[in-house]
Design a binder for this molecule. Sequence first.
Ligand code: RUQ
Length: 678
Amino acid sequence: MQGSENGNGKPGAAISRGVFMGGLGTAGALLATGCNTPKPSNVASAGGPTPGAAGAVLSGDARKIAEARGLAPADVVAALKTYVPSGKTDEYYMFASGGHSGQVLVVGLPSMRLLKVIPVFSPESYGGWGFSEGSHAVLEGGAVDGRLITHGDTHHPAFSETDGDYDGKFVFINDKVNARVAVIDLRDFECKQIVKNPVIISNHGHCVTPNTEYVIETSQYAVPPGWKPAAVTKSAYANEYRGAMTFWKFDRPKGRIDPQRSFVLELPPYWQDLTDAGKLASEGWAFCNSINTELAVPEDWNNGPSMEISASRNDMDFLHVVNWKAAESLVRSGRVSQKNGIAYIPIDQAVREGLLYLVPEPKSPHGVDITPDGKFIVVCGKLDPHVSIYSIAKIKQAIAKGGMHKDPYGIPIVNFEDALVTQIKVGLGPLHNQFDDKGNGYTSLFLDSAVTRWTVGDESGKGWNLVETLPVQYNVGHVAAPHGDTVKPRGGYLVALNKWSLDRFVPVGPFYPRNLQLIDTSGQQLQLLYDMGIGMAEPHYAQIIDAKLVKPEDIYPPNTDVFTLKPDPKAPVFGKEGTSDHGDHVEVNMTVMRSTFRPDVVRVERGKRVIWRINNVETAKNAIHGFALAGHNISLSLEPGKVETIEIVADRPGTYPYYCTDFCSALHLELMGYFVVT
Ligand code: RUQ
């Protein structure tokens, strides 16, 4: 995105991007040139509109509208920068986690319009997710000890990468509560696979390696491996509980995680937290924070200290430094054992093989993010006002030199001073970092409710300077910038993913919207552009990708099984539809096309199992049909070319209408039929 402060007298970025394709005449007639260089005094951040101020820089109709709506000049500039008129599309996609809705949200930038909700861990009736046999099988893939789980807590979306940059092919998303990872294919924006970690039962850190060799999933709350029952005592905790970093092998041609070629690295029962994969200078390494190096366990809070006190006593916790390339070689050599069906490297073996090191980090850390050149590791300590900058070169030197102290698990600890480059005092409650294309880093400040901009410096500690702080509304968690965690950040925007919104929206009851705020980072000053209310669970993290890199199919080829993206051999054929009795079950082969279900009467004897296949044989883009069957808990989404299968038992005699749930034509209401159980 171009800067708004281009100083060439042209109206702002949105205009020069071609919003007014016919030249600047129209806009120029409404806007005086001054409005594209807002001075901080004009920014309507807290003080609200300045009556008449808009009039100073606007003329004609624009002035009248701005005055009538009480808009300050900065508001007008912000509106121009985010407005995407009908017929134009967004510059970026943002994929945000849907928190404990278990879903993933797709949002356009800079308009901040919600474009899609991708069902992943939770059944979703609009998408037929969990109702069709295919989607049910995906959910079954994430069963825990055979129990189907129908919710999730999504945290950290991760695009597939090539050479350390997003490639627009896949998105991976973790489920914190059950330690699962899902694969979303960007050919159709649908979830294709869920895998359950066989060793851990909750996760948090989640990212990919620079060529998507692995999807990394790191544990949060330590448990005995395989979550076997154990005493909740200090000694049981220290001896039996373990954390883990799991490397899920991604088979790109198949578009699936391959558990057979995946492996787990055992970690101490420090609660591992955010995780990032090294790139360029640090490629082959992975880094993860930890928070409970006290090895505290919940005790009776009536008599002793609570977890929040006992797990935050230490001034320093540990950054975990993992040589995953070397771990991969070890696994390939076959010199590793298995645990619960997955290759497993215990801590002592990891230490012997030089795979695992610790570096002290202050205090209750949360985010760890690698700079775009891969040279520096930026750690946020939630209870420390600094971000701490470590150097991979220094860490490697210290490892080579040897002679390190060890933690109680025998893991070598690199001296803090040997690894640290510098610290930047950013403010209270630093959580997460992103980067832009101009050599800046951005850190969210949870306690201060602000985002900061600072400059990325060098190995000697020079050039790491705080530049600016912008308040956000309120309690910001992650920040996200276009390609902001890759080797090639694009810059221009920052999104603050705020957990509280308080006074920002019309009230909707005690459950407040979350507030995703779009910030323009292209100019001298950070400028808040837009508040997007999210009326559901908290989007923790988001990644933002250049829209040109994502090339989904606009229609499925005929007869597509969407879980293989191949032709379904059992797809019902147009003209050969019907119902057939196979003794123990009845098969229904149905097609749908505006505006007829064929067959439009399905008659079944009570007690039969019914295998019901539906093929949307439309060939027009966007000609979506839904399928809802009364009384049987069935809802499907049938995009053109898609085949879905449902299985039901006809156990309750009755006459049940089925109909299309997508208003598809003028005769949509006639697109129906009757299912009669006799
Ligand atoms: S985190 S609490 Cu990404 Cu800050 Cu999950």
